[in-house]
Design a protein around this ligand. Structure first.
Ligand code: PTJ
Length: 254
């Protein structure tokens, strides 16, 4: 895919960027996805491009919530489809959840391309092409959802989500798990569990945690959720950024 040599110091980041570019070229990712990725890269730089302790805590809570859910659904947009399609399918199959293509800049052609990609990777149930319900409080195209999918879910996993839809899902009484490198975004503040991590690290982490925690008692998983405070995780994520930046700043004196 890339001419960038693995020895390049920014290899992982550049490869991720190329996946989004390729997603656009294949008609899977919207053009706005490039801007979102650029913003994500800048924010990832601020946390040192690693999974921080608060992100790890949120990932553990998310795994517990997904394992305890009665009707979990994983929502896939154009950026998630470019960056982590195999991982989304693997996670869905592990927890027995359907996937739903639910995109912000909706075109039917892009929805179908993403759904076909997920099915080609082994997804057992993919909703999104024939929405039969509307999420209340959103304009028509963005509100489209599937009964048996997001509309009826108790827990929705929506990586890289837009704030409006996240709020609307929470208003419907759903618990929402998001992955968002911006700890101050409306999505981050509104979600039940916010993972401030790059989606390319968060998904493999979630898969490992689901494997590790699948055998645990429901009461143990419940205790993880009871002890979880999203506001504290967000505050500590901002502190991670500040301390990483201070460290970088001090190194300018060397
Ligand atoms: O495919 P569509 O039409 O549904 O569009 C998808 C995007 C992502 C373009 C759309 O949902 C959008 O515009 O999202 P926003 O409002 O830009 O929010 C995306 C959030 O995800 C921002 O806070 C970014 O910082 C963050 N983000 C971007 N890339 C990553 C990320 N978070 C984690 N990992 C990333 N790789």
């Amino acid at each position: 895919m890339s001419d960038v040599p693995p020895s390049h110091p920014r290899y992982a980041s550049l490869l991720t960027r190329e996946k989004v570019v390729e997603g656009v070229e294949r008609g899977i990712t919207g053009l706005n996805g490039l801007i979102a990725q650029g913003r994500g890269e800048a924010l990832d730089y601020l946390i040192g491009e690693k999974t921080t302790p608060p992100a790890e805590e949120a990932e553990r809570a998310a795994a517990a919530m997904l394992l305890l859910a009665e009707r979990p659904v994983l929502s896939v947009n154009g950026n998630a489809a470019a960056l982590v399609p195999e991982e989304m399918v693997l996670l869905a199959n592990k927890i027995g959840a359907p996937l739903e293509v639910n995109i912000f800049y909706r075109t039917e052609e892009r929805v179908k391309k993403i759904a076909d990609l997920l099915r080609s990777l082994g997804a057992e149930m993919v909703y999104g092409e024939n929405p039969d319900a509307l999420i209340p409080g959103l304009d028509h195209a963005r509100a489209k959802a599937a009964r048996c999918g997001i509309y009826d879910a108790d827990v929705v996993f929506v990586p890289l989500e837009d704030g409006d839809r996240c709020e609307a899902l929470v208003r419907m009484g759903k618990r929402v798990i998001t992955v968002d490198l911006n700890p101050l975004s409306r999505t981050a503040r509104t979600s039940t569990v916010t993972i401030v991590d790059n989606v390319v690290r968060a998904l493999p982490n979630l898969i490992s945690l689901v494997d590790e925690m699948a055998g645990q008692d429901e009461s143990d998983l419940g205790s993880i959720l009871e002890g979880y405070e999203n506001r504290s995780v967000l505050k500590r994520s901002v502190e991670e950024m500040i301390s990483h930046l201070s460290g970088q700043f001090s190194s300018l004196d060397d």
